[in-house]
Write a protein that binds this ligand. Structure first.
Ligand code: UDP
Length: 236
């Protein structure tokens, strides 16, 4: 069964693709084709983009840069990704809009709940820039918050590995993938670092399911959006 409305969280690191930082436009174009399938199947799509390919507040803060400023720089990083994706999507014939949660009227429409709803109902992809617009947060938490605000049925959290494992698959070749996980288990297990605990906690509290999966594998976004089993399903 396909979901009606989904939120896809993509990190900045993923958008950097084959590069160390910045944006891999070729990968963005590939992503546009993957997303086209989702939109054509009638699923509404909101995208929350990260900014870690440019800056992460927690890492940047220090030596005179205040945490609040560092987070603002991080949010501006998400803006660059959102603007680039929006252009790439349009160039590929996808209807898409970039809405910003930070004041940036010269470059993007402001995020207004009703406006976002309208775009989604018209089948446009809504790409949200600036996270949730406040410091001391990451785009993971912003993704869950936005997923709740826009009544999304599920949050798709794109990761490098295909789901949540019982130990780190990069260092342990015997790591076992977990198909299902309760929200409370995801919050309380210290080995589960796939997403911020604040994000997992908010999703658990409001019973918003999360699918942790490899979005850069062909057809995986479509599969997740249409209810096929991919990655790990976290539900409370
Ligand atoms: N950020 C913020 N508020 C938000 C979302 C993001 O302050 O609502 C800042 C924060 O500094 C974060 C940076 O923007 O580190 C980039 O986002 P994130 O680290 O989540 O990017 P990702 O790791 O997903 O690429």
């Amino acid at each position: 069964m396909a979901y009606k409305r989904i939120l896809l969280k993509i990190s900045g690191e993923q958008l950097a693709g084959k590069y160390e930082g910045g944006i891999d436009a070729e990968l963005g174009a590939w992503l546009a084709d993957e997303i086209k399938q989702v939109i054509e199947s009638g699923v509404q799509l909101v995208i929350m983009v990260g900014g870690g390919n440019f800056a992460r507040g927690a890492q940047l803060a220090g030596h005179g840069i205040r945490r609040v400023t560092a987070d603002q720089i991080g949010m501006l990083g998400t803006m660059m990704n959102a603007l680039a994706l929006n252009d790439i999507f349009e160039n590929k014939g996808l209807q898409s809009r970039c809405l910003s949660n930070i004041f940036a009227e010269q470059v993007a429409e402001p995020f207004i709940h009703r406006l976002a709803e309208k775009h989604l109902e018209k089948g446009r992809v809504v790409i949200v820039a600036g996270g949730i617009g406040r410091p001391y947060l990451t785009t993971d938490t912003a993704a869950v918050s936005l997923g709740l605000e826009l009544s999304c049925d599920v949050v798709l959290k794109a990761t490098k590995v295909d789901g949540v494992f019982d130990s780190d698959p990069a260092s342990n070749p015997n790591a076992v993938k977990l198909d299902h996980l309760s929200g409370n288990e995801a919050v309380s297990n210290p080995n589960i670092k796939v997403m911020d605990k604040a994000a997992l906690g908010m999703a658990a509290e409001h019973h918003l399911p999360i699918i942790v999966f490899d979005a850069l594998k062909a057809n995986n976004i479509y599969k997740a959006a249409t209810g096929e089993s991919v990655g790990t399903f976290i539900q409370s």
